[in-house]
Design a protein around this ligand. Structure first.
Ligand SMILES: C[S@@+](CC[C@H](N)C(=O)[O-])C[C@H]1O[C@@H](n2cnc3c(N)ncnc32)[C@H](O)[C@@H]1O
Length: 292
């Protein structure tokens, strides 16, 4: 079963969802911009803007939208992903970013290493400890039955905070109703009932073949507590902005208003995301290991 999960996720991120698709996910439409902005606000709030000389293990880094942000904050990043193709794209992006920064003598962090790594193996081959472990964009959602091994591994390799984002079950149930009603409507009753309980998409993958586990905050709190950690902060990503009218408002503001107007909308969005962590498309969380 576990091997099967590994192959499905790695085939999906190797052939169906390419590094270019992944890059577009957060850059091509208002929902993506907000998702990116909420992750950055969460990063600011939990670890701050200055990561000079801090070491970060980034898991499931994909083509590097967040690697870039970590480097710009001065971090020393070990970049990892399940899939070599995603890592190659990441290396091309970050090499260009670092070269550009040094041309203009701008301070920037550095990449310590690129390596393939399967989170569901519990990071058993990682011996060192990092100041922060970052797994944004859902790597934890592909570990299924091995989620405790994965969470324990992240807490074990971390001195400071583990930051993750995963898809939100309650938020996505609302999103499907509004944007893709057929996903729930076509599910056989039994499967739907089980999905609403567990968030496991495997019995009924999306049309693209994509299947991951969606979470509730209650389950994540329990997972962190069981694996030797303590939950420090949680937020949704995309609360207002997952609804169609608001997406249009955002697109209009981004096109016609000065940048502060967009920032004000993002601030309002982030306040709601902190208030209602179960009601966005994603859940962000920060946990700390209880024992150093
Ligand atoms: C949705 S992308 C997120 C990429 C990036 N972190 C971001 O947020 O833009 C998920 C990434 O997680 C990787 N991934 C999936 N399962 C994984 C696992 N078990 N271990 C490590 N990485 C995994 C995929 O290859 C993919 O690059």
């Amino acid at each position: 079963m576990a091997r099967n999960n590994f192959e499905k996720a790695s085939n999906y991120y190797r052939t169906t969802w390419t590094p270019d698709d992944e890059r577009r996910r957060l850059t091509s439409d208002p929902r993506g911009w907000v998702n990116h902005a909420m992750h950055l606000r969460f990063l600011d709030e939990t670890v701050g803007r200055d990561l000079s000389d801090k070491t970060v293990l980034e898991i499931g880094a994909g083509p590097g939208l967040f690697t870039r942000e970590l480097l710009c904050r001065g971090a020393i990043v070990t970049v990892t992903d399940l899939v070599q193709e995603q890592l190659d794209a990441n290396r091309a992006e970050t090499d260009a970013l670092v070269a550009e920064a040094s041309r203009w003598r701008k301070p920037i962090g550095r990449v310590q290493a690129y390596r393939t790594l399967d989170l569901s193996e519990g990071l058993s081959e990682v011996e060192e400890k990092f100041d922060y472990v970052v797994a944004f964009g859902g790597p934890l959602s592909y570990t299924f039955e091995k989620e405790q091994i994965a969470m324990r591994g992240m807490l074990r390799t971390c001195r400071g905070l583990v930051l993750c984002s995963v898809m939100s079950l309650d938020g996505m149930l609302g999103w499907y109703k509004e944007h893709r009603p057929e996903y729930l409507d076509e599910m056989p009753e039994e499967v739907r009932r089980e999905f609403i309980k567990t968030g496991d998409m495997r019995p009924w993958p999306a049309k693209s073949g994509h299947a991951c586990r969606q979470f509730r905050t209650e389950h994540l709190r329990e997972l962190v507590a069981r694996t030797g950690g303590e939950m420090v902060a949680m937020a949704a990503s995309n609360y207002y902005s997952m609804h169609k009218p608001y997406e249009q408002v955002l697109a209009d503001v981004a096109e016609s208003e000065p940048a502060p107007a967009l920032e004000a909308l993002y601030d309002m969005e982030y306040d709601a995301c902190r208030e209602y962590p179960d009601h966005g498309t994603h859940i962000l969380f920060a946990a700390r290991p209880l024992q150093g």
